[in-house]
Design a protein around this ligand. Structure first.
Ligand code: R2B
Ligand code: URA
Length: 305
């Protein structure tokens, strides 16, 4: 098993521990989570993080702080002083916030940035002896043939060749890992979107690319070697119609974690353009949608615990 989550038992069985799959960790006296600026020698992980049940990850530090403020308000866990300190203070690689059983962490742009954060996050949850943790990526994406502002819950993450795989070179050899996500969790999140009825929510395959410009068939990068017609053909490929949105982290996220979901809002329709031309206000309101949907899901779950 590669992922950081136990696949033993089913969802109804309680106490699903976080698993690491690395025999070398046992012999380490201390573990330094370098990019999070945390270590097991000077922090009591079980005390600080042992109650975590939900982890929300997203690209920007600012968005993850705003999610913490939002969810704190929704759950009545607001800090009267409105202070949510950055747990990763001392590094500007990632930002982390915690309120009640919810941890919120930024992951930056792209697969390598997400991967480094996930290695350290999974070890953090393992050292903290957390159980039954659900992780959701709340992010942004480009839509294909969707009204901007639509929220897409990912069924499966596919690569730029429309294949459900995540490839990584380990010791000079290509290792291929599956990008299956938890279907039941995706359906529950879709249902939350329907219950809220505040914005369009759909389910589909999300394409994960290595680049924002040529990698996503944009015509507005510094370099471009194809025509508008070739771009449109690529985006409207038959396989692509089952993939309503494009982003840059879902594949490694799906490959490394189980009991996870990806919820991304579409910021624009890529069949109509490439530039992010909506106002800051509109963009801001779109970016709140995955937070609202995931917040609704967390509230429902916490009521049933
Ligand atoms: C969505 O938006 C970012 C690029 O602007 C990237 O992190 C992603 O997946
Ligand atoms: N994020 C992406 O990766 N692509 C887009 O088009 C918009 C957001």
């Amino acid at each position: 098993m590669h992922s950081g989550f136990s696949e033993e038992g089913n969802r109804e069985q309680c106490e699903r521990p976080i698993c690491v799959n690395n025999p070398h960790l046992e012999s380490m006296k201390e573990d330094i989570l370098y990019h999070l600026n945390l270590d097991t020698a000077s922090h009591d992980f079980p005390k600080q993080f042992g109650d975590v049940k939900f982890v929300c990850v997203g690209g920007s530090p600012w968005r993850m702080k705003s999610f913490t403020e939002y969810i704190a308000k929704e759950l009545g866990l607001e800090d009267p002083k409105g202070e949510y300190p950055n747990i990763c203070e001392g590094t500007d690689r990632y930002a982390m916030y915690k309120v009640g059983p919810i941890l919120s962490i930024s992951h930056g742009i792209g697969i390598p940035s997400m991967s480094v954060m996930l290695h350290e996050l999974i070890k953090l949850l393992y050292h903290a002896r957390c159980t039954d943790v659900t992780i959701v990526r709340i992010g942004t994406s480009g839509g294909i043939g969707l009204q901007p502002g639509t929220v897409v819950v990912t069924k499966q993450s596919v690569d730029a060749m429309f294949l459900p795989r995540f490839e990584q070179v380990v010791l000079g050899k290509t290792v291929v890992r599956s990008t299956e996500l938890d279907v039941e969790l995706a359906e529950e999140l879709l249902q939350c979107g329907k219950e809220l009825a505040e914005f369009e929510t759909v389910i589909g395959n999300t394409m994960c690319t290595l680049d924002f410009y040529e990698g996503q068939a944009r015509l507005d990068g510094a370099f471009c070697s194809y025509t508008e017609e070739e771009k449109q053909n690529y985006l409207s490929k038959r396989a692509c119609s089952r993939s309503p949105n494009i982003e840059m982290e879902s594949s490694v996220f799906a490959a490394m974690c189980k009991l996870t979901a990806v919820v991304c809002v579409t910021l624009l329709d890529r069949q109509k353009g490439d530039q992010m031309s909506s106002s800051q206000e509109v963009m801001h309101s779109y970016q709140q949608r995955p937070q609202i949907l995931t917040g609704h899901y967390i509230k429902k779950k916490l009521k049933t615990f």
